[in-house]
Write a protein that binds this ligand. Structure first.
Ligand SMILES: Nc1ncnc2c1ncn2[C@@H]1O[C@H](COP(=O)(O)OP(=O)(O)OP(=O)(O)O)[C@@H](O)[C@H]1O
Ligand SMILES: [Mg+2]
Length: 242
């Protein structure tokens, strides 16, 4: 579903790469959690996966489509939630969703049904006629989530998707992620909330200083760390050793 091969990114004027030869294969049906300290390279990796940044080395394929060589085909396969819901302030929520529906070629009926479904689920149905600049941070985050899921992508790529969501919305999102993967689809998301990663993910990858320093199921990570500990303890121990 999602393959990273030796993925590497150097930013200008830096002595070390932000992402350093990361290889990873996320399979259909998996919820994969990407965790790591601030500045570890999570967002940079996600921006290369989504084609926002071009890698200096390595490649990304999504459903066997290379994000650099076949960007449009690859981009059809995923929905992306960035780390910051800064979107077109002067559009209304509905105009934003209609725009994304047009971009992804979502038919009228599907579009209406999904907007209704997610709008009711997240409880922002009533404000979709208002300009986005009047939205709270959490309302913007919900709108971005709706826009990312509108074309029913197989792969969800989300950079800290729960930030700003109220507990009910975060719960509903987790349920949606589970259902999505239970249907054979895939979620790749970053988070700092290790309890969420521990409970939700089939596998977790730990990135530190741009390198993927551990990857596996919680059981596998426990075995690697040589202890029967929580993900938090494994995380602290793993990152400390880098
Ligand atoms: N536009 C940029 N120009 C130069 N350096 C950058 C740029 N964006 C990120 N970096 C650097 O790349 C490294 C990785 O940053 P990145 O944003 O990928 O980390 P992150 O794991 O997403 O962190 P956080 O948990 O804080 O979101 C950091 O050292 C950061 O300073
Ligand atoms: Mg980040």
């Amino acid at each position: 579903m999602l393959k990273l091969h030796e993925l590497t990114k150097w930013y200008a004027k830096k002595n070390t790469p932000a992402v350093d030869h990361i290889s990873l294969h996320v399979k259909p049906g998996e919820i994969f959690g990407f965790i790591g300290p601030n500045g570890a390279g999570k967002t940079t990796t996600i921006k290369m996966i989504t084609g926002i940044l071009t890698p200096n080395e390595g490649s990304v394929t999504i459903c066997d489509k290379d994000i650099v060589r076949e960007p449009v085909e690859a981009k059809r396969m995923f929905g992306y939630v960035p780390d910051n819901p800064d979107i077109y302030d002067r559009l209304t929520g509905m105009e934003y969703l209609e725009f994304l529906g047009d971009v992804y070629g979502v038919s009228g009926t599907d579009r209406q049904n999904r907007i209704l479904y997610y709008g009711q689920m997240f409880g922002i149905q009533d404000v979709l006629g208002n300009q986005i600049r009047s939205y709270s941070h959490g309302m913007r985050q919900k709108l971005v989530l709706m826009g990312a899921l509108l074309h029913k992508p197989k792969l969800w790529i989300m950079d800290e998707p729960m930030v700003g969501l109220d507990p009910m919305a975060a719960h509903l999102l987790k349920e949606e992620m589970r259902a999505h993967c239970a249907a054979g689809n895939t979620v790749f998301f970053s988070t700092h909330v290790l309890e969420v990663a521990e409970k939700l993910c089939d596998r977790v990858g730990i990135i530190a200083d741009g390198r993927l320093v551990a990857v596996g199921t919680l059981e596998e990570l426990r075995r690697q760390a040589g202890s029967d500990s929580s993900l938090e303890e494994i995380f602290l121990k793993t990152v400390e050793q880098v």
